[in-house]
Design a protein around this ligand. Structure first.
Ligand code: UDP
Length: 429
């Protein structure tokens, strides 16, 4: 193989564009993961191309992020946003465009790291066509997700089948927490190779500002927030699985509700009319029905640049998900020195150490969340101790550089053990 191609890797994230604004529609943790892993791998000497689907004609087809790291967008179906559950039929076109891109540029990718089940299908096709190795991160498991929702989409059986085949055939699957690995073994298959490598966060960005300075910034930008308010925050996508309703109902029961100081910030989401607008409208209605409109702020999508201010200014960050394979928001808040109250599920059981860096409460249990939030809010000294312990935990375990180093070692091991033999395919048609 051309030595130029030896350190070339493809990160494939069909529906999670690493170059897009985060927090809107379906853009969340996966986009952040792929972008940060890609940039950190480039610093370690890999030539990283991150492949995703182009959703409008106006989008650039190639975006350079830093030396040796770029996003490449392929057409796959119409130029429009398509919810992930409807994307499967567009994947063959994505594969064709990938092969054409390789051919036209004289590249070959000895290893593809795929993200989410849709991309895993693309990776499996590429593996059979060009003989590349495959590493996969699920980000969400159908078998777990479908056990937590009532409306099972028509694509479910295909997804479950693909997720099983993938685990049995990929060179390695990366679980982001021991809990995710256990789910794979219990609910997907006992065959296949799994490594645990967590998600990470930018420990220089989150934690760059202290509480007092962050408060001052927030007070400047929000008329309704005062410097001595008690702030409970959520940030993330507006999706029923995220459990924002639980948080709102918990705040309605808080002992501090009538203190005149309690504020609830619910960040993220698009404007009404976009795909996540339904959930936003539903949550706004619950806020209004519970008489919380005066103390609740919906700042909309918060950019990664401004987020450190919100996290650091908050007294507690709440992650009330029904299910969470990892949950980046929890470690971002912890890195910012803010304790986390989270659902006692999935990756949150790994990142949040209950009574040490925050508290865990049963998912969807408004009363338990309310009590946990109040325990932290009424004891500022304990809040600070939990915050400090959370920050230390993230610095020691969850930096992007540390995560990328583990992935890099994994790729090297796979490529050394099983060198790619087949030449680049010049045409599949
Ligand atoms: N996010 C953001 N701005 C927003 C909402 C979310 O930057 O307004 C980011 C957030 O900081 C985190 C990611 O989106 O990095 C959400 O990841 P998480 O793993 O918590 O949830 P997912 O979206 O994967 O379900």
């Amino acid at each position: 193989m051309n030595p130029e191609n030896q350190k070339r890797i493809a990160l494939i994230s069909v529906h999670g564009d690493p170059a897009i604004e985060i927090g809107k529609e379906e853009a969340g943790g996966q986009n952040v993961y792929v972008r940060n892993v890609g940039e950190a791998l480039a610093k370690l000497g890999w030539k990283v191309d991150m492949f995703t689907r182009q959703v409008s004609k106006e989008q650039h087809s190639i975006i350079e992020h830093c030396d040796n790291c770029r996003t490449v967008r392929f057409k796959a179906g119409a130029f429009e946003f398509v919810p992930r559950d409807n994307l499967f039929g567009n994947l063959p076109e994505f594969v064709d465009n990938f092969l054409q891109f390789q051919r036209e540029n004289g590249y070959s990718y000895p290893l593809v790291h795929t993200n989410y089940w849709l991309s895993s299908w693309v990776g499996m096709r590429l593996k059979s066509l060009i003989g590349c190795k495959q590493v996969h991160t699920y980000h969400s498991l159908g078998a777990v997700k479908y056990s937590t929702i009532d409306d099972i989409p028509p694509i479910a059986s295909k997804r479950l089948e693909v997720e099983t085949t993938l685990l049995e055939t990929a060179e390695r699957v990366v679980a982001t927490s021991p809990q995710e690995k256990a789910h794979m073994r219990q609910l997907v298959t006992t065959k296949g190779n799994i490594d645990i490598i967590p998600c990470g966060t930018d420990i220089h960005r989150f934690g760059s500002i202290d509480r007092v300075a962050a408060r001052a910034e927030l007070v400047k930008s929000h008329e309704t927030i005062n410097s001595d308010d008690i702030i409970v925050m959520y940030v993330g996508r507006f999706d029923p699985r995220k459990g924002i309703e639980t948080l709102v109902r918990a705040v309605a029961q808080s002992k501090l509700r009538n203190s005149g100081k309690l504020k609830l910030i619910i960040g993220g989401g698009s404007r009404p009319g976009q795909s996540d607008g339904f959930e936003r409208e539903r949550i706004e209605k619950i806020v209004s029905d519970l008489g919380l409109s005066d103390i609740t702020i919906f700042p909309g999508r918060i950019s990664q640049e401004i987020l450190p201010v919100y996290y650091a200014a908050a007294d507690v960050c709440v992650v009330p998900s029904h299910y969470e394979p990892f949950g980046l928001v929890a470690i971002e808040a912890m890195a910012s020195g803010t304790p986390v109250v989270a659902s006692d599920v999935g990756g949150l059981q790994f990142t949040v150490v209950s009574e040490e860096t925050g508290l865990l409460a049963p998912a969807q249990d408004d009363t338990a969340f309310s009590e946990a939030i109040d325990r932290i809010l009424i004891n500022p000294q304990w809040r600070d101790e939990l915050g400090e312990a959370g920050k230390e935990r993230v610095i020691s375990k969850f930096s992007w550089d540390g995560v990328a180093k583990q992935l890099s070692d994994l790729y090297t091991e796979i490529l050394q053990k099983q060198p790619v033999k087949q030449p680049v395919l010049t045409s599949v048609k």
